[in-house]
Design a protein around this ligand. Structure first.
Ligand code: DX5
Ligand code: ZN
Length: 223
């Protein structure tokens, strides 16, 4: 079944693969390709075996771009930091289901703070965990790699999972985002399964012309 005949896929470059020493310049380079969101990966060295950035950097990015900031929290106890990230300028705050015993509560906390609420699922996490929070969320982030690092290879079970999540969502206005290992080859099959947002790090920032890479990914998704 095709879900996206009339849906224009949104592209979210992940700054994890950008040059952090010249982040403002790299953001300007992708902006020229008119992406829809800027994906910001927050890692704590506990939920995932890597460390990245916190609200201070999100605040600095907020001042450099008009793009909505799609903040992906790969951290334990995300509830402790939700308000800080929203105050720093996050438009979407996504928490991992695996890190949240009280998922419904934290989604409410994100919305109350004024951002859209997302839930991310690791590759081994079944979509069933979403069943009773579907009315509390705005975005589902299907991880197509085990989170922690850019530049990994997409795990093919993500295709079926995107399809299953799309079925569960029904008529609700919820974005289905996919994150990890996405390149031009994956864009159209993911869109056919019902993805509405594609996150890509190395395929965009690793390209000689990141703006062109954004446009090519969007075109590939429509194909
Ligand atoms: C992985 C991150 C991703 C990552 C994607 O833990 O959540 O957002 O940056 O990068 P690529 O596209 O290189 O897999
Ligand atoms: Zn991410």
């Amino acid at each position: 079944m095709r879900y996206n005949e009339r849906v224009v896929i949104k592209i979210a470059p992940s700054i994890l693969s950008a040059n952090f020493a010249a982040l403002g310049d790299d953001i300007a380079r992708v902006e020229a390709g008119a992406p829809d969101l800027l994906h910001v990966d927050v890692m704590d060295g506990r939920f995932v075996p890597n460390l990245t950035i916190g609200p201070v950097v999100v605040e600095a990015i907020r001042k450099r771009t008009q793009l909505p900031l799609d903040v992906h929290l790969m951290i334990v106890e995300p509830g402790r930091y939700v308000t800080d990230f929203v105050s720093a300028g996050a438009s979407v705050v996504t928490v991992h289901a695996e890190a949240c015993p009280h998922l419904q509560r934290i989604l409410g906390q994100v919305r109350e703070a004024g951002a859209k609420a997302g839930v991310a699922l690791n590759p081994s996490t079944p979509p069933d965990v979403l069943e009773y929070v579907l009315d509390d969320l705005d975005l589902v982030l299907v991880m197509s790699v085990n989170p922690g690092f850019g530049g990994q290879k997409l795990i093919p079970s993500a295709y079926a999972k995107v399809g299953r999540v799309r079925e569960m969502i029904g008529d609700r206005r919820i974005e289905v985002s996919v994150d990890g290992g996405i390149n031009l080859d994956h864009a159209a099959p993911l869109a056919r399964q019902g993805a509405t947002v594609l996150v890509a790090g190395s395929a965009i920032f690793g390209a000689p012309d990141p703006a062109a890479a954004v446009r090519e990914l969007r075109r590939a998704a429509d194909g």
